[in-house]
Design a protein around this ligand. Sequence first.
Ligand code: ATP
Length: 934
Amino acid sequence: MLKLEQMKEVVLLKKITKSSRDYAQENLEQLYHEFDSSQQGLTSKQAAARLQHFGANTIQKSKKQSQLRQFLKNFTSLMAILLWVSGLVAILTNTLELGIAIWCVNLINGCFSYYQQHEAQKATDSMLAMLPVFTQVYRDGKLQQVNAKEIVPGDVFSVQAGDSIPVDARLLTAATFQVDESALTGESVPESKDVAYEPGEGQFAESNMIYAGTAAVSGGATALVIATGMHTEFGKIAALTHQQKKSISPLQLELNRLTKQLSIIAFSIGIVFFVAALLFVHYAPAKAFIFALGLVVAFIPEGLLPTVTLSLAQGVKRMAKNHALVKELNSIETLGETTVICSDKTGTLTQNQMTINHVWTLEHDYQVSGQGYRVNGQITLAGKKVDFKQANDLGKLLLTATLDNDTKLEINTQDQGKNKLIGTPTEGALCVLVNKAGIEIQKLQKEFPRLKEFPFDSRRKRMTTVHQGNDQKYLVLVKGALSDLLPKCNTVLLNGKTTALGKEQITKINSANKNFAAQGLRSLGFAYKEIPAEKTKAANLKMESAEEQLTFLGLTAMTDPPRPEAYQAVKSCHQAHIKIIMVTGDSPLTAKSIAKKIGITGENPRVVTGDELNKMSDDELKIALSGEIIFARVAPEQKYRIVSTLQKRGEIVASTGDGVNDAPALKKADIGVAMGKMGTDVAKDAADIILTDDNFASIVAAIEEGRAVYSNIQKFLLYILNSNVPEAIPSVLFLFSRGAIPLPLTVMQILTVDLGTDMLPALGLGSERAEPNVMQQPPRTRGAHLLQRSIIWKAFGWYGLVASAISALAYFFVNVQNGWPQKLLAASGPVYKEATTMTLAAIVFCQIAAVMNCRTQKESVFRIGLFSNRQILSGIFFEVILLSVLIYTPILQSAFHTAAIDWQEWLLLVIIPIPLFLIEELRKMLSRKVFKQS
Ligand code: ATP
C-alpha cells in the first residue's frame, strides 16, 4: 500500500517545480489539486510516503569542504610550519631520526588539535539537536503536534505568534498575522501577511506566502506547505553559503594575544640560545638552529587554543546536565562575568503551578479549597449555586473563566489526579477551578460558540472573546490584570442587577486586590458585557469597542509558590556579588511579596511600575538601578531599556524571557536566557542559553559553571607554563658552562615533554569541577587578563624553579653514582643517556605533582577529593606508560636519547611528587588562613 502511495508521490514530486511567486498567485483549488491535499491536510499515510521522497525538513549545511579545511589548518599554523621546516633541516643535516620524530610529533599534534575542535563542535551541535521544534499540523483531519522535521509538502499547519516557521507555505487563513522576516531580508520591521495575493517588491514580498527561517510575531494563521528542507528559499540560500557565522569572543582575542606574546618571547629566547650555541659551544649553524628550536617549541603554548575550546565544550556538556543549553561556546565566559540577572517572576522564580484559592465578587469572597462541588446535579462553588443564564456575578465570572480561555483540560476519567493541561498555567488554574465546580467545559463551549477573539497580549495584559449568547445577543468576555481592566468597566453586577460602578465599589475592589497581592497571590480580574447581535457583525467588532463599558464581575486569586531551589540560588548570587532584579508583568505588591519571601530584596525595595518607568529619565533610571529595585507591570519591550541602562552602568547582564516581545531584550543582554518549556520559538532563537526546566536556579548553576570553566583555563595555563622553566634550565647550564655540563635534556626530550607527556593530564584540568568557593567571590572584571601576574610568578618563580632544581639533581644523581666529580661528566654513551633520561623523567614526575597542585587555586585538593578527577588520573597513567615506552623500546631509545633506568631511580622518581604536593597544600592552607583574617 505504501508503495502505491510512494509512486503517486514520485509523480507529484515532478510536478512541484514552480517558484514561490507562481504558487502565491495560483488559484487555491488548483493548488490543493497539485499538492493532492485539502483544507484538512494530508493523511498520515500520504505524509509518511512524502517524507520518504522529499526527505526530512532540515537544512543541511555542507560541512565536508570546511571540515577538510579545518583539518588542514592544524598543519599550517605558524608553529606547525616551524616544525615542518625544522624536521627538514634535521634530515638535511644528517639527523634523520630527529627529523622524522619532529614530523611525527607535528602530525600527532595536528590530529589531536583537530580532534579537540571536532569534539567541541559536536558538543554544541548536540545542544541544538536537543531543541526540537514542534508544529501543529493537520493529519487525518485532526490538528496534531509534529516534529517540524517531519513536515512534508501538502501538509496544512497552524502557526501562532511566537512560533518559528519551518517551511515555505501559502496562507489559507490569517488573523492579524505578522511575520518577522529579518533572517531572510534583513528587514527588522515585521511584515503583515494575509490570504489575498499582493506581489510587493523584491523577493519574499508576496503577501500570502510565508517562508522557512522566519517567525510569527503576532496573530495566527494556517498555511499549505509548498516546500520543505533544502527546497525552501532559506535552504537554497544555506546551500550557497556554507559558512557558519562565527564571532570572535573576548576570550579568543585574549588567547590570540597571549599566544602571540608568548610566541614573541619564545622566538627571542630562541635567538639568544642560537647565538649562545654558536659562540659558547661552537655548534655548527644547523645544529644551533635545531638546538634553539627546541626551546622555541617549548615556550609556544601550542596546545592552549584547542584545549581551551575543549574545556569550554566540556562546560557546555556539564551545563546541559544542569538544565542549561548553551548555543555558543563563547557564552560560557560571559556567564562567568555576569554581575546582574534580570529575571521574570512567574515560572522562573515561582513554580508556575497555579491554584486558585479565592473567587472574589463584591457580594462574597468564596474560599476555594479541596473538593468538587456538583451537588444534586447543581453546579456550586464553595456552597453557592452557580447560574450562568441569569445576571449572577459568580455565574458570569465562571462562564468567563471557562470560555475566555485557550487552555485545554484533558480529563482522565480513571484518575482525576492525572488530568492533563495543554496551555498556560494561569488559564489552566481556571480550567481546574471550573472543573471542580462541576462545569462541563465542552458543553458550555458548544452552547456559547466563540465568534471572535482578541488574544492575550502581555502589553494589554488581558484577553477577550466574543460568543453567541442567548436572545440574539453577543457575549463579550474579558479577563486580565485588574489595573488595566477596571478602567474599562463602568458598571458592576450586584445582587443580580447591573449597577453603576461607584467610587465606593472601586475602593472595595482595589483593597481586595491589594490584600491578595500582599499575600503574594496573583490576581486576575473578570468583566463582561452583552451587545445586541444586530448592531454589528461579530467579525467586524473592533478591539477598542469590544473592551469598553464593561461590567465588572470579580477577581480570582491564585497561589504560585516560589520554587524551593530559588532560596538557595538567590543566596548564592548575593554571596557571589551578583545582583538580582525582578522584572515582571505581575502586580507591584505580588512582585514585592515574592521578592521578599525568596530573599531577593530586603523589607523595603523600590518598586517601579511600567508607567513610572516610562516617565523616568535615563539618569533617574541609572540612579534607581544602583539600589534594590523591582520592576512590576512592565511590558516586555521595557526590559530592553532596563538591560541597556544596566549595561551603560558597566554591568554584565543576564536577562530572562519567554515571549515574542522579549526577543529584543534577550538579544541586547550579554546573556539572553530563554525558557525551554514555556518559551516561544522566537525567544529561544534570540537567546544565548535555553533553560530546559525554566528554573532560576539553573541560571545560577550555569554562572557557577562559567566561572569554573574560566578558572580551569587559568589552571591549564599555569600547568603548561610550569614545565617551560625545567625545559630551558638544562640548556642554560650547558651553554653557560661552555659545554662542561653536557646538555642534560636533548631537543627530542624537550619535544617529548612539551607535546607528549604534558598534554595528557592537562586535558583533565578542563573537566575539573567548580571549586567550593567559586561563588563566594565577586565576578571577574571584564577585560581582566587571563595570564595574571600571580600565575606567571607561580609558574616561573615557584613550580618552575623547584622542578628545574629537582630535574638537575636527578641528572647529577646519575653522574655522581658513576664517579662524578672524580670522573668527567660524560657527553655521550650509556651513562649520559641514563642521566638525560633521569632529567626527562624527573620533569615528568614534577609535572604529576603540578597537575595535582593546579586542580585548585586555594582549596585543599583533599577537600575536592584526591582521586575525584578520573581524567587527570588516567592522563597521569598514560603519561607514565608513554615515558616507560620511550625509555625501554630500543628503536625509540636511540631517537629520544634514552636508556633504561634501575629500580632505585624509579623509586626516587615516584617519591618526587609527594613533597611537592604537600608543600603546595601547606601554602594553600596558609593562604586560606591569611585570606580569612584579612
Ligand atoms: P512574568 O513577567 O514574571 O512572567 P506574568 O506572567 O505575570 O509575570 P505576563 O505574562 O506579562 O507576566 O502577564 C501580565 C499580567 O497579565 C498577569 O499578571 C495577569 O494579570 C495577566 N494575564 C496573564 N495571563 C493572562 C491570560 N491568559 N489572560 C488574561 N490575562 C492574563
